[in-house]
Ligand binder design. Structure first.
Ligand SMILES: *Cc1c(COP(=O)(O)O)cnc(C)c1O
Length: 376
Protein backbone atom coordinates (compact mmCIF):
# COMPACT_ATOMS: atom_id res chain seq x y z
CA UNK A 1 0.00 0.00 0.00
CA UNK A 2 1.25 3.47 -0.81
CA UNK A 3 1.84 5.66 2.27
CA UNK A 4 -1.21 7.67 3.31
CA UNK A 5 -1.32 11.44 3.05
CA UNK A 6 -4.08 14.02 3.52
CA UNK A 7 -3.40 15.10 -0.08
CA UNK A 8 -1.12 13.55 -2.67
CA UNK A 9 -0.05 16.32 -5.01
CA UNK A 10 3.10 14.43 -5.94
CA UNK A 11 1.35 11.50 -7.62
CA UNK A 12 -1.09 13.91 -9.22
CA UNK A 13 1.83 15.84 -10.70
CA UNK A 14 3.45 12.67 -12.09
CA UNK A 15 0.37 12.10 -14.25
CA UNK A 16 0.61 15.51 -15.97
CA UNK A 17 4.35 15.98 -15.60
CA UNK A 18 5.30 16.32 -19.25
CA UNK A 19 2.66 18.98 -19.96
CA UNK A 20 3.43 20.90 -16.77
CA UNK A 21 7.19 20.78 -17.26
CA UNK A 22 6.89 22.01 -20.85
CA UNK A 23 4.59 24.87 -19.80
CA UNK A 24 6.94 25.97 -17.02
CA UNK A 25 9.95 25.86 -19.33
CA UNK A 26 8.04 27.90 -21.91
CA UNK A 27 7.43 30.60 -19.29
CA UNK A 28 11.10 30.59 -18.31
CA UNK A 29 12.15 30.88 -21.93
CA UNK A 30 9.67 33.68 -22.60
CA UNK A 31 11.00 35.55 -19.58
CA UNK A 32 7.51 36.98 -19.12
CA UNK A 33 7.12 36.19 -15.44
CA UNK A 34 4.51 38.70 -14.34
CA UNK A 35 1.30 39.29 -16.28
CA UNK A 36 1.19 38.71 -20.00
CA UNK A 37 -0.53 36.20 -22.24
CA UNK A 38 -0.21 33.11 -20.03
CA UNK A 39 -1.92 34.83 -17.11
CA UNK A 40 -4.59 36.43 -19.31
CA UNK A 41 -5.30 33.14 -21.06
CA UNK A 42 -5.71 31.35 -17.75
CA UNK A 43 -8.08 34.05 -16.49
CA UNK A 44 -10.19 33.66 -19.64
CA UNK A 45 -10.25 29.86 -19.35
CA UNK A 46 -11.27 30.04 -15.70
CA UNK A 47 -13.99 32.59 -16.45
CA UNK A 48 -15.41 30.30 -19.13
CA UNK A 49 -15.24 27.29 -16.83
CA UNK A 50 -16.97 29.09 -13.99
CA UNK A 51 -19.58 30.87 -16.07
CA UNK A 52 -18.33 34.22 -14.80
CA UNK A 53 -17.85 37.25 -17.02
CA UNK A 54 -14.60 38.35 -15.39
CA UNK A 55 -11.79 36.63 -13.54
CA UNK A 56 -9.16 38.76 -11.84
CA UNK A 57 -6.18 36.61 -10.83
CA UNK A 58 -4.37 37.59 -7.64
CA UNK A 59 -1.70 36.37 -5.24
CA UNK A 60 -3.78 34.14 -2.94
CA UNK A 61 -7.27 33.50 -1.65
CA UNK A 62 -6.85 35.76 1.36
CA UNK A 63 -5.97 38.70 -0.89
CA UNK A 64 -8.95 37.84 -3.11
CA UNK A 65 -11.28 38.32 -0.14
CA UNK A 66 -9.58 41.52 0.94
CA UNK A 67 -9.64 43.02 -2.54
CA UNK A 68 -13.31 42.04 -2.87
CA UNK A 69 -14.21 43.91 0.31
CA UNK A 70 -12.17 46.94 -0.80
CA UNK A 71 -13.75 46.99 -4.26
CA UNK A 72 -17.23 46.99 -2.76
CA UNK A 73 -16.26 50.07 -0.76
CA UNK A 74 -16.53 48.37 2.62
CA UNK A 75 -14.78 50.40 5.25
CA UNK A 76 -14.00 50.67 8.92
CA UNK A 77 -17.15 50.52 11.02
CA UNK A 78 -19.13 48.50 8.48
CA UNK A 79 -20.28 45.00 9.33
CA UNK A 80 -20.14 41.76 7.36
CA UNK A 81 -22.01 38.59 8.20
CA UNK A 82 -19.84 35.48 8.14
CA UNK A 83 -19.73 32.04 9.71
CA UNK A 84 -17.38 31.55 12.65
CA UNK A 85 -16.88 27.95 11.55
CA UNK A 86 -14.38 28.69 8.76
CA UNK A 87 -10.74 29.14 7.97
CA UNK A 88 -9.49 32.32 9.60
CA UNK A 89 -8.75 34.12 6.29
CA UNK A 90 -12.44 34.76 5.64
CA UNK A 91 -12.87 36.89 8.71
CA UNK A 92 -9.33 38.12 9.22
CA UNK A 93 -9.40 40.32 6.12
CA UNK A 94 -12.54 42.05 7.36
CA UNK A 95 -10.87 42.81 10.67
CA UNK A 96 -7.76 44.02 8.86
CA UNK A 97 -9.88 46.63 7.09
CA UNK A 98 -11.55 47.61 10.37
CA UNK A 99 -14.78 45.92 9.28
CA UNK A 100 -16.57 44.10 12.06
CA UNK A 101 -17.24 40.44 11.34
CA UNK A 102 -20.63 39.42 12.69
CA UNK A 103 -20.48 35.70 13.32
CA UNK A 104 -23.56 33.76 12.42
CA UNK A 105 -24.37 30.15 13.14
CA UNK A 106 -23.91 27.39 10.59
CA UNK A 107 -26.31 24.68 9.50
CA UNK A 108 -25.29 21.51 11.38
CA UNK A 109 -25.77 19.40 8.25
CA UNK A 110 -23.97 21.48 5.61
CA UNK A 111 -21.45 23.22 7.94
CA UNK A 112 -22.26 26.41 5.98
CA UNK A 113 -23.91 29.70 6.98
CA UNK A 114 -27.47 29.03 8.19
CA UNK A 115 -29.79 31.30 6.18
CA UNK A 116 -32.41 31.16 8.95
CA UNK A 117 -30.00 32.92 11.32
CA UNK A 118 -28.87 35.71 9.00
CA UNK A 119 -31.68 38.26 9.25
CA UNK A 120 -31.46 38.56 13.02
CA UNK A 121 -27.81 39.62 12.61
CA UNK A 122 -28.47 42.41 10.11
CA UNK A 123 -28.07 45.96 11.43
CA UNK A 124 -27.96 49.35 9.68
CA UNK A 125 -24.18 48.88 9.46
CA UNK A 126 -24.33 45.54 7.62
CA UNK A 127 -22.91 45.79 4.12
CA UNK A 128 -22.24 42.25 3.00
CA UNK A 129 -22.77 38.55 3.61
CA UNK A 130 -19.74 36.30 3.18
CA UNK A 131 -20.83 32.67 2.90
CA UNK A 132 -18.14 29.98 2.84
CA UNK A 133 -18.60 26.79 0.83
CA UNK A 134 -16.92 24.82 3.57
CA UNK A 135 -15.27 21.48 2.75
CA UNK A 136 -16.69 21.78 -0.78
CA UNK A 137 -20.41 21.72 0.08
CA UNK A 138 -22.10 24.90 -1.10
CA UNK A 139 -23.90 27.23 1.27
CA UNK A 140 -27.59 27.72 0.49
CA UNK A 141 -26.97 30.46 -2.07
CA UNK A 142 -30.57 30.71 -3.20
CA UNK A 143 -31.74 31.68 0.28
CA UNK A 144 -28.71 33.87 0.91
CA UNK A 145 -29.12 35.80 -2.36
CA UNK A 146 -32.75 36.50 -1.63
CA UNK A 147 -31.99 37.77 1.89
CA UNK A 148 -29.23 39.93 0.40
CA UNK A 149 -31.57 41.34 -2.25
CA UNK A 150 -34.25 42.11 0.34
CA UNK A 151 -31.78 44.03 2.54
CA UNK A 152 -29.62 45.42 -0.30
CA UNK A 153 -26.47 43.70 0.83
CA UNK A 154 -23.53 42.48 -1.19
CA UNK A 155 -22.62 38.82 -1.27
CA UNK A 156 -18.98 37.71 -1.43
CA UNK A 157 -18.64 33.94 -1.81
CA UNK A 158 -15.59 32.37 -0.23
CA UNK A 159 -15.21 29.62 -2.81
CA UNK A 160 -11.67 28.57 -1.80
CA UNK A 161 -12.91 25.07 -0.96
CA UNK A 162 -15.79 24.91 -3.41
CA UNK A 163 -14.39 25.52 -6.86
CA UNK A 164 -16.14 23.48 -9.54
CA UNK A 165 -19.33 22.89 -7.54
CA UNK A 166 -22.71 23.24 -9.24
CA UNK A 167 -25.79 24.60 -7.50
CA UNK A 168 -29.22 23.89 -8.87
CA UNK A 169 -31.73 26.68 -8.18
CA UNK A 170 -35.43 26.01 -7.72
CA UNK A 171 -36.18 27.32 -11.23
CA UNK A 172 -33.76 24.74 -12.62
CA UNK A 173 -30.89 27.15 -13.32
CA UNK A 174 -27.48 25.64 -12.63
CA UNK A 175 -24.65 27.90 -11.52
CA UNK A 176 -21.12 27.31 -10.38
CA UNK A 177 -20.31 28.43 -6.87
CA UNK A 178 -18.26 31.60 -7.02
CA UNK A 179 -20.42 32.92 -9.86
CA UNK A 180 -23.58 33.44 -7.78
CA UNK A 181 -22.71 36.29 -5.41
CA UNK A 182 -21.68 39.78 -6.52
CA UNK A 183 -18.11 38.62 -6.12
CA UNK A 184 -16.60 35.15 -5.74
CA UNK A 185 -13.14 34.44 -4.34
CA UNK A 186 -10.96 31.39 -4.60
CA UNK A 187 -7.54 30.09 -3.66
CA UNK A 188 -5.03 28.01 -5.59
CA UNK A 189 -3.10 26.96 -2.48
CA UNK A 190 -1.46 23.65 -3.46
CA UNK A 191 -3.85 21.44 -1.48
CA UNK A 192 -6.99 23.10 -2.81
CA UNK A 193 -9.05 21.29 -5.45
CA UNK A 194 -7.45 23.44 -8.15
CA UNK A 195 -4.01 23.79 -6.63
CA UNK A 196 -1.00 25.66 -7.98
CA UNK A 197 2.63 24.83 -7.24
CA UNK A 198 2.78 27.76 -4.89
CA UNK A 199 0.36 30.50 -3.93
CA UNK A 200 -2.38 31.91 -6.11
CA UNK A 201 -5.93 33.17 -6.03
CA UNK A 202 -8.69 34.61 -8.18
CA UNK A 203 -11.72 36.84 -7.98
CA UNK A 204 -14.91 36.31 -10.02
CA UNK A 205 -17.57 38.81 -11.00
CA UNK A 206 -20.11 39.45 -13.74
CA UNK A 207 -20.15 43.19 -13.09
CA UNK A 208 -17.98 45.24 -15.49
CA UNK A 209 -17.55 48.15 -13.11
CA UNK A 210 -16.64 45.92 -10.18
CA UNK A 211 -14.19 44.05 -12.42
CA UNK A 212 -12.28 47.20 -13.26
CA UNK A 213 -12.31 48.25 -9.61
CA UNK A 214 -10.98 44.83 -8.56
CA UNK A 215 -8.29 44.92 -11.25
CA UNK A 216 -7.25 48.39 -10.20
CA UNK A 217 -7.07 47.57 -6.48
CA UNK A 218 -5.03 44.41 -7.10
CA UNK A 219 -2.56 46.55 -9.02
CA UNK A 220 -1.63 49.42 -6.68
CA UNK A 221 -4.89 51.21 -7.43
CA UNK A 222 -3.65 52.15 -10.85
CA UNK A 223 -6.04 52.99 -13.69
CA UNK A 224 -3.14 53.16 -16.11
CA UNK A 225 0.54 52.72 -15.55
CA UNK A 226 1.83 55.08 -12.84
CA UNK A 227 -1.57 56.74 -12.37
CA UNK A 228 -2.94 55.62 -9.01
CA UNK A 229 -6.59 56.50 -8.44
CA UNK A 230 -7.33 54.60 -5.25
CA UNK A 231 -5.35 52.97 -2.47
CA UNK A 232 -4.77 49.40 -3.55
CA UNK A 233 -2.32 46.62 -2.96
CA UNK A 234 0.07 44.45 -4.95
CA UNK A 235 -1.51 41.10 -5.58
CA UNK A 236 -0.53 39.12 -8.67
CA UNK A 237 -0.70 35.57 -9.91
CA UNK A 238 2.63 34.88 -11.58
CA UNK A 239 2.92 33.41 -15.05
CA UNK A 240 4.44 30.13 -13.91
CA UNK A 241 1.51 29.40 -11.62
CA UNK A 242 -0.91 30.48 -14.34
CA UNK A 243 0.75 28.11 -16.83
CA UNK A 244 0.43 25.20 -14.38
CA UNK A 245 -3.14 26.12 -13.47
CA UNK A 246 -4.15 26.25 -17.16
CA UNK A 247 -3.17 22.61 -17.45
CA UNK A 248 -4.74 21.57 -14.17
CA UNK A 249 -7.99 23.39 -14.96
CA UNK A 250 -8.53 20.98 -17.85
CA UNK A 251 -8.44 18.15 -15.30
CA UNK A 252 -10.55 19.84 -12.62
CA UNK A 253 -13.79 18.00 -13.39
CA UNK A 254 -11.96 14.70 -13.46
CA UNK A 255 -10.30 15.61 -10.14
CA UNK A 256 -13.70 16.39 -8.65
CA UNK A 257 -15.08 13.05 -9.88
CA UNK A 258 -12.17 11.23 -8.26
CA UNK A 259 -12.87 13.01 -4.96
CA UNK A 260 -16.58 12.18 -5.18
CA UNK A 261 -15.79 8.56 -5.91
CA UNK A 262 -13.54 8.40 -2.85
CA UNK A 263 -16.28 10.06 -0.78
CA UNK A 264 -18.86 7.52 -2.01
CA UNK A 265 -16.50 4.72 -1.02
CA UNK A 266 -16.04 6.13 2.48
CA UNK A 267 -19.81 6.69 2.79
CA UNK A 268 -20.46 3.05 1.98
CA UNK A 269 -17.81 1.93 4.47
CA UNK A 270 -19.31 4.01 7.29
CA UNK A 271 -22.98 3.65 6.34
CA UNK A 272 -25.45 3.36 9.22
CA UNK A 273 -22.75 3.32 11.87
CA UNK A 274 -24.37 4.58 15.08
CA UNK A 275 -21.35 6.69 16.04
CA UNK A 276 -20.61 8.23 12.64
CA UNK A 277 -22.42 10.94 10.75
CA UNK A 278 -21.20 10.89 7.16
CA UNK A 279 -21.08 14.14 5.14
CA UNK A 280 -24.46 15.54 4.16
CA UNK A 281 -25.13 16.25 0.50
CA UNK A 282 -28.03 18.56 -0.32
CA UNK A 283 -29.92 17.44 -3.42
CA UNK A 284 -29.33 20.80 -5.17
CA UNK A 285 -25.65 20.75 -4.48
CA UNK A 286 -22.74 18.89 -6.02
CA UNK A 287 -20.32 18.68 -3.05
CA UNK A 288 -16.75 18.72 -4.43
CA UNK A 289 -15.23 17.15 -1.30
CA UNK A 290 -12.32 19.43 -0.66
CA UNK A 291 -12.49 17.63 2.67
CA UNK A 292 -14.20 14.43 3.75
CA UNK A 293 -15.36 15.29 7.23
CA UNK A 294 -17.15 13.04 9.68
CA UNK A 295 -19.02 14.00 12.81
CA UNK A 296 -18.27 11.57 15.60
CA UNK A 297 -21.17 10.92 17.93
CA UNK A 298 -20.45 9.52 21.39
CA UNK A 299 -16.79 8.97 20.59
CA UNK A 300 -13.67 11.02 21.19
CA UNK A 301 -12.45 12.31 17.85
CA UNK A 302 -9.08 13.34 19.29
CA UNK A 303 -8.52 9.80 20.54
CA UNK A 304 -9.50 8.53 17.07
CA UNK A 305 -7.02 10.91 15.49
CA UNK A 306 -4.27 9.64 17.83
CA UNK A 307 -5.23 6.02 17.14
CA UNK A 308 -5.13 6.58 13.38
CA UNK A 309 -1.73 8.26 13.70
CA UNK A 310 -0.31 5.13 15.33
CA UNK A 311 -1.27 3.32 12.11
CA UNK A 312 0.31 6.02 9.90
CA UNK A 313 -3.11 7.34 8.93
CA UNK A 314 -3.18 11.13 8.91
CA UNK A 315 -6.32 13.02 9.87
CA UNK A 316 -7.05 16.68 10.51
CA UNK A 317 -9.35 18.81 12.60
CA UNK A 318 -10.70 21.65 10.46
CA UNK A 319 -10.89 23.80 12.55
CA UNK A 320 -10.05 23.19 16.21
CA UNK A 321 -11.02 26.72 17.30
CA UNK A 322 -13.86 28.66 15.63
CA UNK A 323 -13.17 32.28 14.68
CA UNK A 324 -15.25 33.79 17.49
CA UNK A 325 -13.04 32.03 20.04
CA UNK A 326 -9.75 33.12 18.49
CA UNK A 327 -7.75 35.66 20.52
CA UNK A 328 -7.61 37.77 17.36
CA UNK A 329 -11.30 38.57 17.80
CA UNK A 330 -11.29 39.42 21.50
CA UNK A 331 -11.31 43.06 20.50
CA UNK A 332 -14.34 42.44 18.29
CA UNK A 333 -16.32 40.88 21.11
CA UNK A 334 -15.72 37.35 19.86
CA UNK A 335 -16.03 35.71 23.25
CA UNK A 336 -19.51 37.19 23.79
CA UNK A 337 -21.02 35.10 20.99
CA UNK A 338 -23.22 32.11 21.74
CA UNK A 339 -22.83 29.75 18.79
CA UNK A 340 -23.78 26.32 20.12
CA UNK A 341 -23.91 24.58 16.71
CA UNK A 342 -20.49 25.91 15.78
CA UNK A 343 -19.08 24.87 19.16
CA UNK A 344 -20.72 21.44 18.92
CA UNK A 345 -19.28 20.82 15.45
CA UNK A 346 -15.86 22.15 16.39
CA UNK A 347 -15.60 19.46 19.06
CA UNK A 348 -16.76 16.57 16.88
CA UNK A 349 -15.48 16.94 13.32
CA UNK A 350 -12.60 14.96 11.92
CA UNK A 351 -11.37 14.99 8.32
CA UNK A 352 -9.91 11.90 6.69
CA UNK A 353 -7.48 11.80 3.76
CA UNK A 354 -9.21 12.67 0.50
CA UNK A 355 -7.60 13.52 -2.80
CA UNK A 356 -7.52 12.54 -6.44
CA UNK A 357 -5.04 9.69 -6.00
CA UNK A 358 -6.62 7.78 -3.12
CA UNK A 359 -7.16 4.11 -3.97
CA UNK A 360 -9.57 1.56 -2.50
CA UNK A 361 -6.78 -0.39 -0.84
CA UNK A 362 -5.85 2.74 1.08
CA UNK A 363 -9.46 3.52 1.85
CA UNK A 364 -10.21 -0.02 3.03
CA UNK A 365 -7.34 0.31 5.49
CA UNK A 366 -8.52 3.71 6.74
CA UNK A 367 -12.14 2.54 7.06
CA UNK A 368 -11.14 -0.63 8.92
CA UNK A 369 -9.05 1.30 11.43
CA UNK A 370 -11.79 3.87 12.06
CA UNK A 371 -14.29 1.05 12.65
CA UNK A 372 -11.83 -0.83 14.83
CA UNK A 373 -11.39 2.24 17.05
CA UNK A 374 -15.13 2.78 17.36
CA UNK A 375 -15.71 -0.82 18.37
CA UNK A 376 -13.47 -0.61 21.40
C1 LIG B 1 -7.56 28.40 1.72
C2 LIG B 1 -8.67 29.25 2.15
C3 LIG B 1 -8.60 30.66 2.11
C4 LIG B 1 -7.32 31.41 1.85
O1 LIG B 1 -6.62 31.08 0.73
P1 LIG B 1 -5.02 31.35 0.67
O2 LIG B 1 -4.72 31.16 -0.76
O3 LIG B 1 -4.38 30.36 1.56
O4 LIG B 1 -4.79 32.75 1.11
C5 LIG B 1 -9.71 31.38 2.44
N1 LIG B 1 -10.86 30.79 2.81
C6 LIG B 1 -10.97 29.46 2.89
C7 LIG B 1 -12.27 28.86 3.29
C8 LIG B 1 -9.88 28.64 2.57
O5 LIG B 1 -10.01 27.31 2.67
Amino acid sequence: MRPLQMVDTKTQYQKIKSAVDAAVIAVMESSQFIGGKVVNDFAAQLAAYNGSKHVIPCANGTDALQIAMMALGLKAGDEVITPSFTYIATVEVAALLGIKPIFVEVDPKTFCLDPAMIEAAITPKTKAIVPVHLYGHAADMEAIMSIAAKHQLFVIEDNAQGIGNDMVFSDGTVKKTGSIGHIGCTSFYPSKNLGAFGDGGAIFTDDDQLASQLTMIASHGQSKRYYHDVVGCNSRLDAMQAAILSIKLKHLDEYISARRKAADYYDAGFANHPKIQIPFRASNNGHVFHQYTLILKDADRNALSDFLATHQIPSMIYYPVPAHKQKMFDAFGGSAYQLPVTDWLTERVISLPIHTELDTEQQDFIISKVLEFLQS
